[in-house]
Design a protein around this ligand. Sequence first.
Ligand SMILES: [Zn+2]
Length: 289
Amino acid sequence: MFPIKQKIKYLILIILFGGTILIWSVVFNFADNEFLEVTFFDVGQGDSIFIETPNRKQVLIDGGPDKTILEKLNETIPFYDKTIDLIILTHPDTDHITGLVSVLEYYDVKYILTSGIENETVVYKEWHDLIEEKNIPLILAQSGQKIFLEQDIILEIIWPEQSSIESFSKPTNNTSIVGRLIYGDIEFLLTGDIEKKVENYLISQNLNLESDIFKAPHHGSKTSSNYNFIEIINPQASVISVGRDNRYKHPNDEVLERLRESIIYRTDKNGDIKILTDGILFDILTTYE
Ligand SMILES: [Zn+2]
């Protein structure tokens, strides 16, 4: 943790409990792309998910363990576009935050959504200092928030609850921001690195968790993706963001078995995984079959 004074200075947070965040109030542009695109980048052992709406609103969730994300964004965003509307840091572990520091250096970021959980690492300090230096508005994530990416594309935050986050903060994985991205009939459940304790808590809240696309939490670790959780989500496709030959032996065989009723995509085998949807149907494109 940072010393209290520094922490207070850092906490220029816009705290919105249970409310609605209208980050983009009116959409003036005509749609230049009819699809919502959600790309799970192959960034090795870590997570990085890029969302682009039909009106080209851009959201980046986590940045992976190194600078690979900059190459990925370079290939994805036109060279003249140096703005990202929203960055979400699910939790401050190095395999999620590191690439985001480079992104903050190269892009103008309009807003950042965090769980509020800090870390003592050098990379966290860099992240924190850059946000202060660039004066980027921070939003504290709270279950119940609805972020309108467009009028009909909504990111619902379903975890964390700020009132109980401390009791879930060991390991920090369980503080990961969990969001359900909804466009028409198609839903994505984006889970960071949550483990069984949060999965069970979410089930106990009787939330609507059913989703077409499920990002399996924590790189397919056996700490997560419990059967009862998967059963309620009932995904058609599952995505595991994981490094080739990683030392954790992710994804776990049992988890793969539990996910077998969905089509499983893995960044270590499929490369970048891009999902396009018009809100009715979805299609999945991968670098490798
Ligand atoms: Zn992770």
